[in-house]
Design a protein around this ligand. Structure first.
Ligand SMILES: [Cu+2]
Length: 120
């Protein structure tokens, strides 16, 4: 009589987790977590870099005493997030086109700007 080896429970859990995380067969894109701070002096850093194909997650930290936003013009459209004074906000989007894209604060009268470089 042969010994029967059953699948250990942790292996089943790992399989379920892999199926849940994997969705419909595709692996999740890597995340590029970036930080962008704004003060009265403007954005810091004024130049962000991300990898093509990644999910970009920008934590926008407003360290000024007035509200600001960050607005990015991408080929897929405009992405923006606003933050009240002393508040952090998160902006995320897929980096699905390479290039250098301008970002700016769209609050009327504000002139802060910077750029994000998306490359391979
Ligand atoms: Cu502003």
């Amino acid at each position: 009589m042969a010994l029967r080896r059953s699948t250990p429970p942790y292996r089943l859990l790992a399989l379920v987790a892999a199926l849940l995380l994997g969705g419909c067969g595709g692996a999740l894109p890597p995340e590029n977590r970036l930080e962008l701070t704004i003060t009265a002096a403007g954005y810091s850093p004024a130049r962000l870099e991300a990898q093509l194909g990644a999910q970009v997650v920008i934590t926008f930290q407003n360290r000024d005493t007035v509200a600001h936003n960050v607005t990015i013009e991408l080929p897929s459209g405009r992405r923006a997030v606003s933050a009240e004074p002393r508040v952090d906000a998160v902006l995320n989007f897929p980096a699905n086109a390479a290039g250098t894209f301008r970002f700016f604060c769209a609050v009327p009268g504000h002139t802060e700007e910077g750029e994000i470089v998306i490359s391979r």
